[in-house]
Write a protein that binds this ligand. Structure first.
Ligand code: FAD
Length: 423
């Protein structure tokens, strides 16, 4: 069978960034990527498609254009892992061997967990920015909705880009505000969780917009079913005592963020933790059980915000540690849990949430330039003009602007502590 120095599963944000980072460090490395899709998506752009700012075509490129020339592309889906034999099995049964494996499979949008949803997506006023095909429908609906009830839903965590469900809502409200429609509209945010945003420092700025737009907040409201023909949505509502009841809400339009799970082939594999996610060490991104396997991105169980911004910082860490592991050494590059969520509170302004493990604020820019917890025009320009370019030309080309990993001076595994008292 075939064998590569580094085999990468998934050619999305994580897989491509790691390949580029590796090649930057070692141009002659023998790398292969397993990726079934012919298109590579810039998913963070979909919020702006749904808000009428980007065209759908701005968020996609052919996979062959993104794939580095030196990389062998297996245009196929991985079906399972045989870590003891150091090989990955493709869906047609072919086995590909490796010395080091990097897994970045993304996550699975579980549309079928909500009965009635899949059948009506894209019609009857039911939309989602979580699909390339549907984000333009969000913008159509925003423009055509003049009165009645608009619902925006958020499922239980974890989800990718936890702010995306409310970003869709704010951009819609901004349009309705500019067109004097807010008075005729009943807008509701129905969140399965109990807080507007997971990091409390950003909530006050968001609450100002909730009030400005007159949005009703419904916490502990978990979407359970959709009837497209009748235009109703059923929610399971948990009260303070943990009692669950059901509420049906009619809608004129509904933006759904679907429940999100680990991809099945990961959950069923020896690489998964009890919840089905890749079981990774949060700092080194190395698999907890298999030293020759690393992972990153939305499919991992590291407790960071599942974002492309996180991937931007994780990829160089993985690249450093993979190269070290190829030399038989312990990993020394460290990821601090950085993730970012540019909250599009109105067209032209963003609250740029940037934080690491434990909700620690990790702003990229000094406070005088961008005040992260406040709405900022500069942050909007960053999102609209800079970040797509940073993605295609920075991350995917292995240029690590603002993403240099922290490297420990010593191998943690071989650190000599016998003379630790000489301080
Ligand atoms: P992906 O980029 O999804 O790539 C996974 C790849 O694995 C895919 O190409 C897939 O085809 C492939 N794959 C799947 N199964 C297999 C298999 N069996 N074998 C081989 N390959 C397989 N992030 C931000 O930083 N900022 C934002 O503002 C932002 N907004 C977002 C808004 C929306 C609406 C969405 C949907 C996402 C947003 N994100 C944002 C999140 C960001 O897109 C993801 O966090 C990022 O793409 C994760 O990278 P990944 O490599 O883990 O997964």
């Amino acid at each position: 069978g075939r064998r590569h120095d580094v085999l990468i599963v998934g050619g999305g944000a994580g897989g491509q960034s790691v390949a580029a980072s590796l090649l930057k460090r070692k141009p002659d490395l023998n790398i292969a990527i397993i990726e079934p899709r012919t298109e590579h998506f810039y998913q963070p752009g979909w919020t702006l498609v749904g808000g009428g700012v980007f065209e759908r075509k701005d968020t996609v490129r052919p996979m062959e254009q993104v794939m580095p020339d030196q990389v062998k592309w297996y245009h196929a889906a991985a079906s399972t892992f045989e870590p003891k034999q150091q090989q990955v099995v493709l869906e047609d049964g072919e086995r590909i061997g490796y010395r080091m494996l990097v897994v970045s499979p993304g996550l699975r949008l579980d549309w079928d967990a909500i009965p009635g949803l899949r059948e009506t997506l894209g019609s009857n006023g039911v939309t989602s920015n979580y699909l390339f095909d549907l984000a333009p429908y969000t913008w159509d609906l925003v423009q055509s909705t003049r009165k009645g009830k608009s619902l925006f839903t958020q499922p239980p965590m974890p989800i990718k880009c936890a702010g995306a469900p409310q970003k869709a809502m704010y951009l819609a409200c901004d349009y309705w505000h500019r067109n004097n429609r807010l008075g005729e509209l009943d807008i509701q945010f129905c969140n399965a969780g109990g807080a507007l945003f997971g990091v409390a420092d950003y909530v006050p700025a968001l609450m100002e917009y909730i009030e400005k737009y007159g949005i009703e907040l419904n916490f502990m409201h978990n979407l359970a079913a959709v009837d497209g023909q009748a235009k109703t949505a059923l929610f399971k509502v948990t009260d303070g005592e943990g009692q669950v009841s059901e509420i049906e809400k009619p809608f004129d339009m509904i933006h759904v963020c679907p429940p999100q799970k680990s991809p099945k082939f990961i959950a069923d594999s020896p690489l998964a933790d009890a919840d089905g996610w890749l079981d990774l060490s949060p700092e080194t991104m190395q698999h907890k059980q298999f030293g020759d396997i690393f992972g990153l991105g939305d499919g991992g169980n590291t407790p960071n915000a599942k974002t492309a911004a996180a991937v931007r910082k994780q990829a160089p860490v993985v690249a450093e540690n993979v190269l070290r592991a190829l030399e038989g050494e312990a990993p020394r590059a460290i990821y601090d849990g950085y993730g970012s969520c540019p909250l599009t509170v109105e067209r032209g302004k963003i609250v740029l949430a940037e934080f690491g493990y434990g909700g620690k604020l990790l702003p990229t820019f000094p406070n005088w330039l961008v005040q992260g917890t406040r709405p900022s025009k500069l942050s909007w320009l960053l999102k609209e003009k800079m970040l797509p370019w940073l993605y295609w030309e920075g991350m995917l080309k292995g240029r690590e602007w603002l993403a240099k990993p922290e490297i420990l001076a010593h191998n943690p595994a071989v650190q000599d502590t016998s003379d630790a008292c000489d301080w």
